[in-house]
Design a protein around this ligand. Structure first.
Ligand code: MG
Length: 276
């Protein structure tokens, strides 16, 4: 468990702060304590089916006050990257409404006409259908040779109690296989664009920050790639058995049974949290 306070705290959401529609034990009080201690707090998600406003509302509804500006997800990173690097491009997002809405707000041109499309964005899309795959196929294989990018690299989104849903990597793979192309870039953890967005938001150096999450392949990997400290919580995807199998260079800096153990013991005792 950490013996020091960091300046910046980066949190994954699902499996770390909440599971489904319930805050995980200790989540509200640890965030409150960090804010009292004037730490910088940011919430990060790879999920592009909601936007920061949705996340802030959900957190506030569950009892953890948050503003849209406290949240970075792949709707933000994808839209920001396109606005900065491909503002003139015509985009075909295989996505749900939140990403399309964000693209419209940034005045990024969208089209379903393969002859106009420069960039296909594969994402976590529960409205995916053969028609969309055909448009992507025609745009990438056609004379315009559209580029293939993806919101995030996750294969599935786990649900509380088991099960889950196919995530963006499944859509990306469908487009890759039929077009015989490779996705060039994604905008989620643990990729560099998401990490740069987190760093820009915090305005801190990586050594001043700790990233807490429940997934080795995205959260802990992202922290390690960014040279931030990493804390794995055992409340989501990863269990203690999986941690035991990790090699030394994969192992997170901290493994926490509960998220509120992130606060050093002296502060927890000072707040009278006891041993729970
Ligand atoms: Mg998670």
């Amino acid at each position: 468990m950490p013996e020091q306070l960091y300046v910046g705290y980066v949190f994954d959401l699902d499996g770390t702060i909440y599971l489904g529609d319930e805050l995980l034990p200790g989540a509200a009080r640890v965030i409150e304590a960090l804010r009292e201690l004037e730490r910088k707090v940011v919430f990060v998600s790879n999920n592009p089916t909601r936007d920061p406003e949705d996340y802030a509302q959900k957190l506030s509804r569950l009892g953890l006050e948050a503003a849209a500006d406290d949240v970075i997800n792949t709707v933000v990173t994808t839209t920001d990257w396109l606005a900065a690097n491909a503002a003139e491009a015509t985009v075909f997002p295989i996505s749900e409404e939140p990403l399309r809405r964000a693209l419209r707000e940034r005045e990024i041109h969208m089209s379903e006409d393969p002859a106009e499309i420069d960039i296909v964005i594969a994402s976590y899309d529960r409205t995916f259908e053969y028609r969309k795959l055909q448009i992507a196929f025609d745009a990438i294989r056609g004379p315009r040779r559209a580029r293939l990018l993806a919101t995030n690299p996750d294969r599935f989104c786990p649900f509380p109690g088991g099960g889950g849903e196919p995530d963006a990597a499944a859509i990306t793979a469908a487009v890759e296989v039929c077009t015989q192309t490779q996705c060039e870039l994604h905008f989620g953890k643990p990729g560099p664009i998401m990490l740069q967005a987190i760093a820009a938001k915090l305005e801190l150096s990586p050594e001043e920050c700790v990233l807490t999450g429940d997934r080795m392949t995205t959260d802990i990997r992202a922290a390690q790639e960014a040279s931030m400290a990493s804390a794995l919580v055992l409340t989501g995807e990863t269990d203690a058995e999986a941690v035991a199998d990790l090699s030394d260079d994969q192992r997170p800096d901290y493994v926490l049974e509960r998220i509120d153990r992130l606060l050093p013991a002296e502060y927890r005792q000072g707040l009278g949290w006891g041993r729970d």
